[in-house]
Design a protein around this ligand. Structure first.
Ligand SMILES: O=C(O)c1ccc(O)c(O)c1
Ligand SMILES: [Mg+2]
Length: 628
């Protein structure tokens, strides 16, 4: 698989773009003419700089408004092409993209256009160059790859081929199966982009909202399966016009791009087992059966405050690490590790972010294979020195810099608690909490797609539609990533500004990460009552909320009273009921949530989020964990 990316897809100067693209592992770039024009070096220097980065120029583009022109426009178009061919020779690339004519002056006519391409092919052939024709979704006469292919076919010149771009085909909902009939060797390059499904003008949608395959809603896998069926084996080139990416981090956008191509082709290879596809073999997407543990990094004082809160939620201290300042709290299947070591990643994480849930462990079938897949998708492995009685737990770095560990039942890993921890004698309590229901991570809105792609590419998960959550200080966009059976449930919260609760957390804890942890209760009312006895101080919800709830869902007054008395929030979907109880904020906006799902409720209580956030903001304290 030969990977390529258009220079328009990422931000920075040409030099910065090249460095980021090369570091992410791409083989080539499409050079956008404007990137070259804005650079103050000669074409030969630019070509050399690109090759010095180990990259080839897969395409020079775009060449506009060429075919089907009346005179004198036609002659001028040929003169322009000739000049660009000179430039391409100096740059060192042999393929030019001609996009379908959008000019009101153009005449159309399939044979007229085919003749123009035949002549352009002749001109290109003299220099050993090739031209590819792409149908823009908003082309004046040609806006469908089937018509572009007909022109290429009639031009009947070996130096003239077709360029496919998933965006143009999918945006117009052209049947991708029509691609299967095109000979692969007549397709000169394939451009790939996804996009969120938004009903808007095609040109505006294309120029501002494209994103990496897998980040949007278009069936790019189906498009690529059809391309693979043609035998096409040339570069797969990302061409992503996106306002956010233009202002984003070149390095991280380039990494996302490479990851999106590996993931795309992995899906294509699995869906088309009979087609030989040149992709590296990697383990399948990983099924997560649950969250085995969550680990906090803290200093001693804050660890004590966290301990008080954990005990008030019914957790008991069950183990002390044999070699480290690390303790284990447990309740049901929930393991909470509190790490107060003075070295290692936990400590540096504490120094940077303060007390935080910097790591979590996921239960998978094969921990080593999980890391293999994640690495193939560009994730960074994480290894830390380990002493006697310590296991080398397979792990990777998450997007925000935290650690994701993997525990399987195949190996010693299943016995990690016995091997690494000494049992602790402690009163055993129980608040009726059974398991981790979900982890909520907060990040800047611009980073959301990076997190989304990371999780969906590595793990067998799906994304739910984005929900807007109204915070008194702005909108927070919330996106769920979950596995079919709920073994892994993540909510990603993208903050638009730092005055929202999520934005405050990111700003004050110096980075994105786990902002809240939700535990699943067997019976929320019993849990609430038991926790009150243990000294738990719930987040207080406005009485107005309960009046509305009763009216909105037609609830019985005594039921609403039971909710109100305990500060429990309630939601209902077509499957069942959902109950939520929140802790007060800890420090800079971290908090715990306790939920109960009844009769297969699928959601996350999104309708309640604005009221919960408003309550949290009323109590947001300047520093420290809550006093209970
Ligand atoms: O938006 C455009 O004009 C444009 C140009 C070249 C392309 O390859 C493309 O897909 C779009
Ligand atoms: Mg294109």
């Amino acid at each position: 698989m030969k990977t390529s990316i258009a220079t328009v897809s990422i931000s920075g100067s040409l030099r910065e773009k090249l460095a980021a693209i090369a570091a992410a592992g791409f083989d080539g770039i499409e050079i956008f003419e404007n990137d070259f024009l804005a650079y103050d070096g000669s074409p030969a220097e630019v070509g050399r700089m690109i090759r010095d980065h180990g990259l080839e120029i897969t395409l020079f583009q775009p060449f506009r408004d060429f075919e089907g022109m009346p005179e004198p426009h036609r002659s001028r178009a040929f003169d322009r092409a000739d000049r660009k061919f000179d430039l391409m020779c100096e740059l060192g690339t042999d393929l030019m993209l001609v996009c379908s004519n959008a000019s009101p002056v153009s005449l159309g006519g399939i044979d007229r256009s085919a003749e123009d391409f035949q002549a352009l092919g002749e001109l290109a052939a003299k220099r050993g160059l090739r031209v590819g024709y792409e149908a823009l979704a908003w082309g004046r006469h040609i806006n469908d790859h089937r018509d572009a292919w007909e022109i290429v076919r009639r031009a009947s010149h070996p130096n003239v081929g077709l360029i496919l771009d998933s965006f143009h085909t999918l945006a117009r909902r052209v049947d991708v199966e029509t691609i299967r009939a095109i000979p692969g060797d007549r397709i000169f390059i394939v451009q790939l982009a996804d996009a969120p499904r938004i009903d808007m003008d095609l040109l505006y949608w294309s120029r501002h909202f494209r994103n990496m395959p897998g980040e949007g809603d278009l069936p790019v896998v189906d498009f690529m399966r059809a391309v693979a069926a043609t035998g096409y084996n040339g570069p797969l080139s990302l061409e992503i016009f996106n306002d956010q990416f233009r202002g984003g981090s070149p390095r991280s956008i380039a990494v996302d791009g490479h990851r999106s191509l590996v993931y795309l082709m992995d899906q294509v290879a699995r869906a088309e087992p009979d087609i030989a596809i040149d992709v590296p073999a990697l383990p399948e997407r990983v099924t997560v059966s649950g969250v085995e543990f969550v680990e906090f990094a803290a200093n001693e004082t804050e660890a004590q405050e966290l301990t008080i809160l954990l005990r008030a939620m019914g957790f008991s201290l069950v183990g002390r690490h044999k070699n480290k300042d690390v303790v284990l709290f447990r309740q049901g299947a929930i393991n909470i590790v509190v790490n107060t070591e003075k070295e290692g990643l936990a400590h540096s994480s504490y120094l940077v972010h303060g007390t935080s849930a910097y790591a979590f462990g996921l239960k998978v079938e094969d921990a080593a294979a999980t890391v293999t897949r994640a690495r193939a998708l560009g994730a960074e492995p994480f290894e830390q020195r380990h002493g006697p009685n310590e296991l080398a737990i397979p792990a990777i770095r998450g997007v925000g810099g935290g650690v994701i560990y993997f525990i399987d039942g195949k190996s010693e890993l299943a016995r990690v608690w016995e091997i690494e921890f000494e049992p602790a004698k402690d009163v055993r309590d129980d608040g009726g909490l059974m398991a981790v229901d979900h982890l909520a991570q907060s990040m800047h809105y611009e980073e959301m797609l990076t997190w989304l792609l990371f999780y969906t590419a590595i793990f067998r998960t799906r994304k739910l539609p984005m929900v807007d959550v109204i915070d008194p200080a702005g909108v927070v966009r919330s996106q769920v990533v979950e596995s079919e059976d709920g073994g892994l449930r993540l909510t990603l919260n993208g903050a638009e500004n730092r005055r929202t609760l999520a934005g405050h957390f990111i700003a004050e804890s110096f980075g994105s990460g786990v902002q809240h942890l939700a535990f699943r209760s067997r019976d929320i009312f019993l849990t609430a009552d038991r926790l009150t006895e243990l000294g738990f101080n719930p987040l207080e919800i406005s009485p107005n909320y309960y009046d509305d709830l009763e009216a909105r869902l037609g609830l019985a007054a005594d039921f609403t009273n039971r909710l109100r008395d305990r500060n429990i929030l309630f939601d209902r979907d077509e499957h069942g009921d959902y109950f939520q109880l929140y802790s007060q904020n800890c420090g800079e906006g971290f908090f715990f949530e306790i939920v109960e799902r009844r009769a297969g409720y699928r959601g996350y209580g999104a309708p309640n989020a604005p009221f919960r956030i408003a309550a949290q903001k009323r109590t947001l304290r300047p520093k420290g964990l809550p006093k209970i």
